[in-house]
Design a protein around this ligand. Structure first.
Ligand code: MN
Length: 152
């Protein structure tokens, strides 16, 4: 697609001509209350730049994969798991998710969490944690208290 030189911002963290879609097409991965907007998709740059927004108390899928994520929080407050640490995040914080690192984002109960996420155009499918992975994650109390999975 050929992008226009400027897409004006529309109030509410939308952009002219950018479709707001469900977070994931498959119902297989557990997540709650997220929308996705693809802002840039460029074959030469080999990347996509997306805006995700998690509703208050919602969460992204707990997952890992070979591709990395570069994230900038744009709106609201929440927390994220990266590896074995849980961090509070708010607007303009930067989050780096290295390859094959467990990660999950959650919005605070009283706030949405909106963020830009840059990712490879061609990328591997996310892996979901199995029982052994969950047991390992839950050995860290802060992680055990934070993560949300299909079984709660
Ligand atoms: Mn991911």
């Amino acid at each position: 697609m050929t992008d226009p030189p400027v897409r004006k911002a529309v109030p509410g963290f939308h952009w002219e001509g950018v479709e707001t879609m469900p977070y994931k097409d498959t119902g297989a991965a557990p997540f709650r209350d997220i929308t996705r907007q693809v802002l840039f998709r460029d074959d030469a740059l080999q990347c996509e730049w997306r805006y995700f927004e998690i509703s208050p108390d919602g969460h992204s899928t707990l997952e890992r994969h070979e591709h990395a994520h570069a994230v900038m929080i744009l709106r609201g407050r929440g927390r994220c798991l990266v590896g074995d640490q849980v961090h509070a995040v708010a607007a303009h914080d930067l989050v780096s998710v290295p390859p094959m690192t467990w990660h999950q984002f959650r919005a605070d109960a009283a706030s949405p969490l909106g963020f830009l996420c840059m990712v490879n155009r061609e990328r591997d499918r996310p892996q979901l944690p199995g029982p052994a992975d969950l047991a390992a994650l839950r050995r860290t109390p802060a992680v055990a208290a934070f993560i949300r999975t299909a079984d709660g």
